[in-house]
Design a binder for this molecule. Structure first.
Ligand SMILES: Cc1cc2nc3c(=O)[nH]c(=O)nc-3n(C[C@H](O)[C@H](O)[C@H](O)COP(=O)(O)OP(=O)(O)OC[C@H]3O[C@@H](n4cnc5c(N)ncnc54)[C@H](O)[C@@H]3O)c2cc1C
Length: 459
């Protein structure tokens, strides 16, 4: 159905972040008429406040560490200083090139890009100012926001990732509230830039969603990097006075800092958008869907961070593509949440896919595991990193989880996800040759060992 002047579309998408724009681009490729409504900037959180700017900061952090540690490689370098305006200019340059590219893609796809805040008026209409956009299908993709804790007001020296991304100086002392993905990434950046960092985490371990062995290794590495952390400790309050923010804990302890970064998770953006009035179920702010991403209201789908589950950009992309194909009648295969790869870009990096050992034991009973230490991997030794590749397999069955930690290990998640999603057995993977010397080889060696023919593996 071509778009007409009255605004009839095959698909109207509310929100132009990872989930929304992926859905728009794939819908257009499939010949559907599309309106994409965005109140901020096309690309959403990932491009402007999430994945891309944070990874640029992490790369600048790596450069700072390399400069500081050059002598250990026989190259005499010193770190003079970190020029935050310069770092921000580099980061913003990366974002703006990608932003331009994305705008070009949307334009070339002839998507009707509508700027402004939209609200649902019934299940098939999105109202943006004076315009009423009516779609045969509506896709909700309004994303997420940085949460805070009750009584903890963001402002001044208390920031979320959003403000911390464009800070113009390196703070002397930083308290990071939350030891999840965003918390450990920022902790890593600030430490590399020269701040004194303390992470406060209420759960018993950092990156608690990961396999327990990964948390232990990260904690070991952070101790070595002198990143302080307190786990199993609850936040009680924070006050700002002059140049200092004082963070108090339920244990009675208090910590002074120049900056408190609040990284306690992200909540769904669904309030006041007419979802419930249109008959859509909203549960604690999230929009639950079935495995085909249907909301329960005919012709209304939801994708991305508003759908309960992993809040990751590539999950949003995949869901957006899925919904476009579903609408076009291609009957795509459902997305398996546990098959989605996850990378945390602190130093050392963490990459995982599939089930943790504990989850696999819950699901299958007995499982077999193997940890290949990067101490035996040539490239990791060259880089001077420590860590491991851990495999979890069903007894005599396929590999159901891969968990890795070490510098730059995120790049290895590609093969790991093929192994888990194609339900490969270690014996299948051990027959594939991995290039030497690469960190990728560590994955190959782990499978060789689990298949009973270890090569460079120390017991
Ligand atoms: C600091 C940080 C680092 C991250 N790093 C990574 C990473 O390395 N890898 C990764 O995979 N993920 C990462 N993420 C998560 C990732 O950014 C999100 O999972 C992803 O952006 C979700 O996409 P989305 O489309 O659901 O929502 P969003 O990207 O939030 O997009 C939603 C869009 O909807 C728009 N919108 C909302 N309401 C309306 C309305 N009423 N009308 C019109 N428009 C509206 C918003 O302006 C926004 O642009 C990170 C997130 C943060 C905060």
């Amino acid at each position: 159905m071509p778009a007409d002047a009255a605004g009839d579309y095959d698909v109207v998408i509310l929100g132009g972040g990872s989930g929304g724009y992926a859905c728009a681009l794939r819908s257009a490729e499939l010949g559907l008429s599309v309106a994409l409504v965005e109140k901020g900037r096309l690309g959403g959180t990932c491009l402007h406040q999430g994945c891309i700017p944070t990874k640029a900061l992490l790369h600048a952090a790596e450069v700072a560490d390399v400069a500081r540690e050059g002598a250990s490689f026989g190259v005499r370098t010193t770190l003079e200083s970190v020029d935050m305006p310069g770092v921000n200019a580099y980061k913003d340059g990366v974002v703006s090139r990608l932003y331009k590219g994305l705008q070009g893609l949307v334009k070339a796809a002839k998507i009707d890009y509508v700027e402004g805040a939209g609200v649902l008026d019934g299940p098939h209409t999105v109202v943006v100012g004076e315009r009423r956009l009516t779609g045969r299908n509506v896709v909700l993709a309004t994303g997420s926001y940085a949460k805070t804790l009750p009584g903890l007001e963001v402002g001044g020296r208390i920031m979320t990732s959003e403000q911390a991304l464009s800070i113009d100086h390196v703070p002397g002392r930083v308290v990071v509230l939350g030891g999840g993905v965003i918390g450990v990434e920022f902790a890593s950046v600030f430490k590399s830039f020269g701040s004194e960092v303390t992470i406060i985490e209420a759960l018993p371990r950092l990156v608690a969603a990961e396999d327990e062995a990964i948390s232990k290794q990260l904690e070991r590495s952070f101790r070595k990097r002198k990143i302080a952390f307190k786990t199993g400790v609850r936040f009680a309050g924070a006050t700002q006075e002059g140049d200092v923010v004082t963070v108090s804990l339920e244990s009675g302890e208090s910590i002074e800092a120049d900056l408190l970064l609040v990284a306690v998770g992200r909540g769904p953006v669904t309030e006041g958008l007419g979802y419930e009035a249109a008959g859509i179920t909203v549960d604690r702010g999230f929009v639950p869907t079935d495995s085909r991403l249907r909301t329960g209201v005919e012709g209304v789908y939801a994708v991305g961070d508003i759908v309960p589950g992993l809040q990751l950009a590539h999950r949003g992309f995949a869901q957006g593509i899925f919904v476009a194909e579903e609408i076009a009648g291609l009957a795509p295969a459902c997305i398996e949440e546990s098959g989605i790869p996850r990378v945390t870009y602190c130093d050392p990096e963490i990459a995982s896919v599939g089930l943790t050992e504990a989850q696999a034991r819950d699901k299958y009973g007995d499982v077999a595991t193997y940890e290949y230490n990067l101490g035996g991997n040539g490239k990791s030794q060259i880089l001077g990193t420590q860590g491991f590749v851990k495999l979890v397999r069903q007894v005599d069955g396929p590999v159901v989880g891969v968990h890795m930690i070490g510098a730059r290990i995120g790049e290895q998640v590609g093969e790991a996800q093929l192994i888990v999603n194609w339900e490969a057995h270690p014996e299948d993977v051990s027959g594939l040759i991995h290039a030497h010397p690469t960190q990728n080889e560590a994955l190959g060696e782990a499978h060789l060992a689990l298949a009973g023919k270890p090569l460079h593996a120390h017991a």
